[in-house]
Design a protein around this ligand. Structure first.
Ligand code: ASP
Length: 483
């Protein structure tokens, strides 16, 4: 068997020839004299048969079980007319198996990968995720995810965006959620935080003159998990210098439309250009800031995108402390906090009102932010804003939220200094990439479009994480654990 391996999808082109395929036993039907197989590789499936005269192959084939890994030497035969299954991949050919080699055996899988594994307990699916991922649906989801990523890369690169990675070991950012923290060994007692988003870094990149940045960024937020949330998730993150709200929304809109038209042509976008709904109208009409405006909610191929715009900059602070410094230190103490992002700017016509504002004002919620959210079928799939590129304006925002000037100067020194060092006007957006994938793939939750998601309780049953660490590790880090 020294022949080159042929992918199952390419077998058609080898009709009448002897070939070698490698893959998994998908199904085996042993009829005694004849043994039928479905073989599977990453490119698809093909039926094979061992005839009684192929004695060696028969001996090997009769021992195999589903999910065993095999190398098969066979002849590609056209199927007789009456056996052709026109609607099936390779439905017009069959592999006559002449030789078979077992490359690896497999234990009986914990569940049937041919059935809908969404019915299987999540704990079991995630424990054996490598088996779960072999199923057709997840193979499709993960491969389509990669296709979209590639499409996005090509699209953005062609219009002068640069893909730039930003650190994972970073510092608390004021995104409003709890941070995951990582203890430092060298600087004992100090901690990194995992990024809730690359917000500050991408703004630094604008200060750095990169002008157009994007990245598929991992974001970590220590929140309670639900169907469309995971402790770590992926954003398509972008930032653009010298760009208006209109520019950023246009790039997003054009890219989303192309993704659907090129990669999901069977889907229909309800309305182009995407309708824009002011926040106030959304709340009055739909009682929610991410309205599901589908005209037919039964249609799985209908995509109703809309923008929600004109968000108030500030809202009443319900927690009694601002979103910044969620760990209790240095939090804002005023009656106001930001609705989305402390780094957002206001609408141009509201800028003077911000600069004249103070925490005692009763009508600060009338200041409108330059914030836009993109909503699809009732899910928020992205959001962004044109930023505050003036240090005094950023100071003002923190002042209104009740942060002492020293705290801001200390926590955001880098940001303030960058803004004072020639930062161009800029703005951006981040898409919740998993949510978008979930909707495009008609899946009920984002775990179906992530290769290795966590459970509802934020655990990974396969790796058994989170897990304890050794006493030596704790000691090195200068940490003691109170149970
Ligand atoms: N960093 C923001 C977020 O994670 C998105 C943005 O404003 O660009 O929600």
């Amino acid at each position: 068997m020294s022949q080159n391996r042929v992918y199952i999808k390419d077998l058609k082109g080898h009709s009448g020839n002897e070939v070698v395929i490698k893959g998994w036993v998908d199904v085996r039907r042993d009829q005694g004299k004849l043994i039928f197989f479905d073989f599977r590789d990453m490119t698809g499936k093909v039926q094979g048969v061992i005839l009684p005269n192929a004695t060696d192959a028969h001996a090997v084939g009769s021992t195999t079980r589903p999910e065993w890994v095999v190398e098969v030497h066979g002849k590609v035969n056209p199927r007789p007319e009456r056996n052709v299954q026109a609607d099936k991949q390779n439905g017009d050919i069959e592999l006559e198996i002449l030789g078979m080699k077992i490359l690896n055996e497999a234990e009986t899988p914990a569940f049937d990968i041919h059935a809908d594994t969404r019915e299987v307990s999540e704990e079991v699916r995630l424990k054996y995720r490598y088996v779960d991922l072999r199923g057709e649906r997840l193979q499709k989801n993960i491969r389509n995810r990669a296709k979209i990523m590639q499409y996005v890369r090509n699209f953005l690169t062609a219009i002068d965006f640069t893909e730039i990675e930003t650190p994972i070991l970073t510092k608390s950012t004021p995104e409003g959620a709890r941070d995951y923290v990582v203890p430092s060994r060298i600087s004992s007692g100090l901690f990194y935080a995992l990024p809730q988003s690359p917000q500050q870094y991408k703004q630094m990149l604008m200060s750095a003159g990169m002008e157009r940045y994007f990245q598929f960024a991992k974001c970590m937020r220590d929140e309670d998990t639900r169907g469309d949330r995971q402790p770590e998730f992926t954003q398509l993150d972008m930032e653009l210098s010298f760009a208006t709200e209109e520019d950023i929304m246009n790039v997003t809109e054009k890219l989303l439309i192309e993704i659907v038209e090129k990669l999901y042509p069977h889907k229909r976008i309800q309305q182009i250009p995407f309708p824009r709904i002011p926040y106030k109208e959304a709340m009055e009409k739909y009682q929610i800031d991410r309205p599901d405006i589908r005209e037919d909610k039964e249609d799985p191929n209908l995509l109703a995108f809309c923008w929600v715009v004109d968000f108030p900059f500030f809202e009443k602070n319900e927690k009694g402390a601002g979103g910044v410094g969620q760990n209790g230190e240095g939090g804002g103490t005023s009656a106001w906090t930001f609705t989305h992002n402390p780094f957002s700017g206001t609408k141009a016509e509201h800028f003077d009102k911000l600069m004249a504002g103070n925490a005692e004002d009763k009508d600060l919620d009338t200041i409108i932010a330059s914030q836009y959210d993109i909503v699809l079928n009732g899910y928020e799939i992205g959001g962004g804003s044109v930023r505050n590129h003036r240090a005094d304006a950023l100071m003002k925002v923190f002042e209104i939220m009740g942060y002492p000037q020293e705290t801001v100067e200390k926590n955001f020194a880098h940001m303030l200094h960058a803004l004072r060092s020639g930062t161009p006007p800029h703005g951006g957006i981040a898409w919740g990439f998993d949510r978008l994938m979930m909707i495009l793939e008609n899946e009920p939750n984002i775990r179906e479009v992530i290769a290795f998601p966590k459970t509802g309780e934020g655990r990974d049953p396969m790796m058994e994480s989170p897990s304890e660490i050794s006493r030596t590790q704790l000691k090195e880090l200068g940490i003691s654990v109170n149970k």
